[in-house]
Design a protein around this ligand. Structure first.
Ligand code: CUA
Length: 328
């Protein structure tokens, strides 16, 4: 029977060890986490084997013969055994505590020249901000896809706009809650290129299961070209937005070739703006009577654009007008 027990136990252990419970590790932290996990697993298997083995043996060896209704013989216990089963667990638990403490400290180690990514969670999407990458409009680059260069450690600063979410890339193992009003952080140093899922692991509402994004780890060069491409796209989107704003707000009064408007109430901007700086353009939008072009009267252009347009919209408009009139 003992042999059968050992055989079944061994078989189950083999099955358990070879089931891929977690995907292939793809970060330095994943190795640390997995090693800790295996250390604890091995200790657990050993303790379980000893306890189960002794129990099964005792049940078989000391079972009552049929018809025996006597009480068991009273015994006093065994001091040596009691010391052993107190000291051994204390040692094991201490080993686990020290090992995990060291692993945790190493996992949070940041290289010099690490990268920072701001993770924003909201029902039910992730967005990733790159404070180290500034776009033309002075804003940091943001993306719905998490793109990182391989071999560089990253500090994730995590925050939520609403309820509690949790940021997790299984291949990186590190997991951290996103809580509104309480910035949290975690560190990851990706060691493998590839595409990995970003998963929300905190039940956050009806769309929780769909709250996923993609993490793409690429070479340093590919990362640089991704950044350039994102900058270009953002600049393009910015000028398209500027053009729309111009047509909607200014086009009926001002002529501007780039936007295709032919208004004649105010100055022709193709003639008035070349050579003017951003401050002049901004002032002319927000406080139009400050400087009046020759042949035009004050008080004609609305003085309310500073209120009806947001700061960002005015920035976009100024930037658009500068680029649209630069080529002359
Ligand atoms: Cu966000 Cu679950």
């Amino acid at each position: 029977m003992t042999l059968v027990g050992v055989a079944v136990g061994g078989l189950l252990a083999v099955v358990a060890i070879f089931i891929p419970w977690l995907p292939e590790p793809a970060s330095e932290q994943a190795e640390l986490v997995d090693n800790t996990y295996w250390l604890v697993t091995i200790i657990c298997v050993a303790v379980f084997a000893v306890v189960a083995g002794v129990s099964v043996y005792a049940v078989w060896k000391f079972r009552a013969p049929p018809g025996d209704m006597d009480d068991g013989r009273p015994i006093h216990g065994h001091t040596g055994l009691e010391i052993a089963w107190t000291v051994i667990p204390v040692v094991l638990v201490t080993v686990i505590a020290i090992y995990s403490g060291v692993a945790l400290a190493q996992a949070e180690n940041l290289d010099d020249g690490h990268r920072t990514v701001e993770v924003t969670a909201q029902q039910f999407a992730w967005s990733f901000g790159y404070p180290d990458v500034t776009l033309e409009n002075g804003q940091p680059l943001t993306s719905g896809e998490l793109v990182l260069p391989v071999g560089q450690s990253v500090e994730f600063r995590i925050e939520s706009r609403d309820v509690i979410h949790s940021f997790w890339v299984p291949e990186w193992r590190m997991k951290q809650d996103a809580v509104r009003g309480i910035p949290t952080r975690t560190v990851v140093s990706p060691t493998k290129t590839g595409t990995f899922p970003v998963v929300c692991t905190e039940l956050c509402g009806l769309g929780h299961a769909t709250m996923r994004a993609q993490a793409r780890v690429v070479s340093q060069t590919q990362f640089e070209s991704w950044v350039q491409e994102e900058k270009r796209l953002a600049a393009e989107a910015g000028s398209v937005q500027g053009e729309t704003l111009f047509v909607q707000n200014c086009g009926s009064c001002h002529t501007l070739g780039d936007a295709g408007t032919e208004g004649e109430v105010g100055p022709n901007l193709d003639e008035a703006l070349p050579g003017k700086d951003a401050d002049f353009i901004r002032q002319s939008i927000v406080n139009p009577d400050a400087k009046i072009a020759g042949g035009y009267s004050p008080g004609v252009m609305p003085r309310t654009f500073g209120e009806t347009l947001s700061g960002e919209q005015i920035d976009g408009l100024v930037e658009y007008l500068q680029t649209a009139t630069k080529g002359g």
